[in-house]
Design a protein around this ligand. Structure first.
Ligand SMILES: Cc1cc2nc3c(=O)[nH]c(=O)nc-3n(C[C@H](O)[C@H](O)[C@H](O)COP(=O)(O)OP(=O)(O)OC[C@H]3O[C@@H](n4cnc5c(N)ncnc54)[C@H](O)[C@@H]3O)c2cc1C
Length: 415
């Protein structure tokens, strides 16, 4: 039996762990490097809202990695609501996720469990904040070194791909708080509310360290009235600010949040970052090459909730490419090819997200058309699993209006 190539993965986040566990399952020797222990992650702060749509959940299930299929509260539907210019509710529609629900498992639950599973199955888990020296040592002792460090500083070793970057600056100020006590309908939806020109609200079910709960996320346009989280530090501050924003911008939901409490003191986050695409291969001082994956190379704003879904799909693409390569070297050409295969998918998630950030009139028309057409509602919901399906309509005014005309009465277009 020939020995399988050895693989080093730096960054034990969503993407790095799926790849590590997937390779381990196929008999590869994997070294996984994490800057935090499982215990530190479990007892640390939340970092995301990590909602997975049905396609990504399906991949995790097929790989035997969805340990929370039963315990994670199911988001059966997508509900989209838009506020009107007078501050009242303009319209709302709901459509079911297919073929099954969306769900969010707090990374403080998911990541430590996966890390311990990797370790229990014989994987080598190193706890270190990897710098260039560690990368050199790993690249020298492994056949392939992959960096999956998300927004970590070390990712700056990878050159920005200016041709693929739309922005140099953050487009939203983001805040989130995990809560108990949110009033929800019996059939739970993932809820998105757009306040045109101001920002977006998200209410999502989540499985967190204290059990099933909900989370509230806020995306404020930079410099606007929802970009108001400076100086918000304690959980009580977060809660107060969250309730204030709900009362001010979606007063029809004020009662639903009246009695919410924070699930635990670390269940709050805030910050902002510029969406960035990087070149997939970095060269270490020794000349050795390392390959980037997931958020490190394609970092989008969370407005569309595609990043964790991308992480799953990137891990699947890289896993298949590694296995297909057999015993052949993982040279720079292979690295570029492997990223290109991922970009074939990720370019659509990126374009979909960036257009959603801008919210042009034809996209607003497409969203409004969901009130009149079940087909269009379902298209919005299904396409979250497969963002390519949003196109060409999402990017093209004529295509958008042709789609609307096909499925609705003519009065919707241009409203
Ligand atoms: C507020 C917010 C809400 C979001 N909501 C959603 C959502 O609802 N749905 C969705 O699909 N996506 C969402 N995302 C995006 C999603 O969380 C990310 O796209 C996803 O976590 C990316 O996975 P990753 O493995 O690339 O990076 P990460 O999950 O960030 O993992 C990177 C890991 O590398 C580690 N690391 C960093 N530097 C080093 C180093 N030098 N040495 C060792 N380890 C290192 C980090 O500690 C981390 O554990 C959201 C993001 C944010 C910020």
């Amino acid at each position: 039996m020939t020995t399988k190539p050895s693989i080093a993965i730096i960054g034990a986040g969503h993407a790095g762990l799926i790849l590590a566990l997937g390779l381990q399952d196929k008999g590869y020797q994997v070294t996984l490097v994490s800057d935090r222990t499982p215990e530190q992650i479990a007892t640390g702060r939340v970092t995301s809202t990590q909602l997975l749509y049905p396609a990504a959940r399906g991949i995790e299930r097929e790989m035997g990695l969805d340990f929370w299929q039963e315990s994670a509260p199911a988001g059966e539907d997508l509900t989209v609501t838009v506020a009107g210019p007078d501050g009242g509710l303009d319209f709302t529609w709901t459509a079911p996720y297919r073929p099954g629900p969306a769900a969010s498992v707090d990374y403080r639950v998911r990541i430590p469990f996966w890390m311990n599973t990797f370790r229990r199955r014989g994987g080598r888990l190193l706890i270190a904040s990897a710098g260039v020296a560690e990368l050199e040592s790993l690249a020298a002792s492994h056949d392939l070194t992959i960096m999956s460090t998300g927004k970590g500083e070390i990712g700056k070793l990878f050159e920005k791909d200016k041709a693929r970057c739309t922005y140099d600056t953050p487009q939203r100020y983001i805040a989130a708080v995990y809560v108990d006590g949110l009033q929800t309908p019996q059939r739970i939806a993932t809820e998105i509310t757009v306040i045109p020109g101001i920002g977006e609200f998200f209410f999502l079910p989540v499985l967190t360290i204290t059990g099933p709960a909900n989370l509230l996320m806020f995306e404020g346009r930079m410099g606007g009235p929802m970009d108001c989280w400076d100086g918000i530090d304690t959980p009580a501050d977060y809660l107060r600010q969250a309730k204030t924003l709900v009362s001010k911008f979606m007063p029809w939901n004020a009662d639903r949040v009246a009695d919410v409490t924070v699930t635990d003191d670390n269940a709050v986050l805030r910050g902002c970052y510029p969406p960035t695409v990087r070149k997939p291969v970095a060269t270490l001082p020794s000349g050795r090459k390392v390959l980037g994956m997931a958020d490190l190379v394609v970092l989008n704003d969370p407005i569309t909730g595609e990043g964790a879904n991308n992480a799953v799909k990137c891990a699947k693409t890289y896993l298949e490419a590694i296995v297909e390569q057999g015993g052949d070297p993982f040279d720079e050409a292979w690295m570029n090819r492997t990223f290109d295969a991922y970009w074939e998918y990720a370019q659509w998630a990126t374009a979909y997200t960036n257009i959603q950030l801008e919210g042009p009139q034809h996209v607003r028309d497409l969203v409004r058309a969901g009130t009149q057409s079940q087909t269009i509602r379902q298209w919005h919901t299904d396409s979250r699993s497969y963002p390519e399906d949003f196109f060409p309509a999402w990017a093209d005014v004529d295509e958008a209006h042709a789609l609307i005309a096909k499925h609705t009465a003519p009065a919707v277009a241009g409203s």
